[in-house]
Design a protein around this ligand. Structure first.
Ligand code: 6PG
Length: 261
């Protein structure tokens, strides 16, 4: 049984620019909805290259105006264990591309402190996620219910910093842990319970280099220990894959794939 049959919405767009535009549109409408309903829009961002055009799009006037930035709370799904000004920093990348260009209050930007002692940084971020607005009044089981979790997909099937056959995959009683993949160095990452408690999870994946792994995640044999992205399945929330044509090119069940608009 492939993930595609589990109610994941798969949207295929022409190219990375179109994917970025679609991501910015869904981000803006989700932000308006959450701000109206709960007074806050809580978001966990990913790192990697794929979200760069999306982040740059958020800084564009036409989107910046649609988003109630004073109600936006930025978190991260994972971070490299580096200082914020490092080229490797996921926070650093997002800050460069949009955060410093939009009126989101500094106190609403909650980065993972990759430069600190790894375990202490993980525990500190767990405490942060266990406070409002991440931990809303009606959270299930002391889990933060984030409004929007952005994820990427690595060539090995990892997402956030949940790497194949790594210790973090089996963690159910922590929100944030230190983890490591082959040659990645130490990483801080949220665990599956945090991702799967979210209201909306969005995979943003582009490029022909990802076509094989996208097909494996969505239509391949279900082996989440080897293909961690397969274990992403929001319990009460929605799951959307935003793909460009190149990344979707090996999907065989394309009949079920909707091209928005
Ligand atoms: C990170 C990410 C990671 C990323 C994938 C895909 O810190 O690297 O959060 O999970 O999303 O590795 O990265 P690319 O988009 O660069 O292929």
């Amino acid at each position: 049984m492939s993930a595609a049959t589990r109610g994941a919405a798969i949207e295929v767009l022409a190219d990375p620019e179109a994917v970025a535009r679609r991501a910015a549109d869904t981000f803006a409408s989700a932000a308006q909805e959450a701000a109206a309903a709960r007074g806050a829009f809580t978001v966990a961002l990913s790192g990697g290259d794929a979200p760069r055009p999306f982040f740059a799009m958020l800084a564009r006037q036409q989107f910046a105006q649609k988003i109630p930035w004073r109600r936006v709370y930025l978190y991260w799904g994972d971070e490299r264990c580096v200082p914020p000004d490092s080229e490797q920093s996921n926070y650093g990348m997002a800050n460069e591309l949009f955060i410093r260009h939009v009126p989101v209050p500094d106190e609403n930007v909650q980065r993972m402190r990759g430069e600190d002692d790894h375990e202490e940084a993980a525990r500190a971020y767990e405490r942060l996620l266990s406070q409002p607005p991440a931990l809303a009044a009606h959270s299930h089981a002391d889990l933060p219910v984030l409004d929007y979790v952005l994820l990427g997909l690595g060539p090995d099937g990892h997402t956030a910093s949940l790497f194949p056959h790594s210790p973090a995959l089996a963690v159910e009683d922590r929100l944030v842990v230190v983890n490591e993949g082959e040659g990645t160095g130490k990483r801080l990452t949220v665990t599956y319970p945090v991702i799967n408690a979210a209201r909306r999870v969005v995979f943003l994946v582009t490029g022909a280099a990802k076509a094989g792994i996208v097909a494996e995640v969505l239509e391949g044999l279900r082996v989440p220990d080897a293909v961690p992205a397969q274990a992403v399945g929001p319990v009460h929330g929605s799951l959307t894959w935003l793909l460009d044509e190149a990344a979707a090119s090996e999907l065989t069940g394309r009949g079920a794939v909707a091209s928005p608009g």
